[in-house]
Design a protein around this ligand. Structure first.
Ligand code: 7HP
Ligand code: MG
Length: 181
């Protein structure tokens, strides 16, 4: 067991629950994108675990890619601008794109990212997110594939971090308050 499991006050989603959810989502995506050779674009850093598992359940030809957006102060994000630390290696032009996120929270970065990618002429663009924290939404984002509803709590694990830590935990949980102090 991961040593930092002791820092959790509550496990929200177990490794098994996440696995079941990812497999179901991958099956749906495989059916929807048969013959479309989608560009599956993981959003770093938090999305790396979900992307790694989800992509391996997509049993039709596809291309894997990543982007990394700079985190801004909230003001800049609401201006619709998104800055890239890493752009896709493959051209978006004419491709069926699936953006793979760990969590949709305010939706600000994601909506800016989707808007930016849309200007590059994709044939289609859809979002797949493991978690959806609706309570925090500031701008609406149409996500075609959503795994699990997340309560209005700060969660970590399975790629999600607190100050860079806890990404490697196999489950998704809530940290003990003393960890924050
Ligand atoms: O609950 C959460 N835990 C970790 N990262 C993020 C980002 N948005 N929401 C989060
Ligand atoms: Mg994210």
């Amino acid at each position: 067991e991961h040593e930092q499991t002791k820092d959790l006050t509550k496990v929200l989603f177990t490794e098994e629950e996440i696995k079941t959810c990812v497999n179901q989502m991958g099956k749906r995506i495989s059916e929807d994108y048969a013959g479309k050779n989608p560009l599956v674009v993981g959003v770093l850093t938090g999305g790396y675990v979900f992307m790694s598992d989800l992509a391996r359940t997509i049993t039709v030809p596809h291309v894997v890619d990543f982007v990394k957006c700079s985190s801004y102060g909230s003001g800049t994000e609401s201006s619709g601008k998104v800055k890239f630390q890493l752009e896709t290696s493959h051209s978006i032009e004419g491709r069926h794109v699936i953006v793979v996120e760990d969590i949709i929270d305010t939706g600000l970065t994601l909506s800016n990212l989707v808007a930016h990618l849309s200007t590059m002429g994709p044939a289609s663009i859809e979002v797949a997110s493991l978690l959806d924290k609706k309570a925090r939404r500031k701008v609406e984002v149409k996500a075609k594939y959503v795994g699990l509803e997340c309560p209005d709590e700060f969660v970590i694990g399975y790629g999600l971090d607190y100050d860079g830590a806890y990404r490697s935990l196999p489950m998704i949980g809530i940290l003990k308050p003393e960890v924050y102090s």
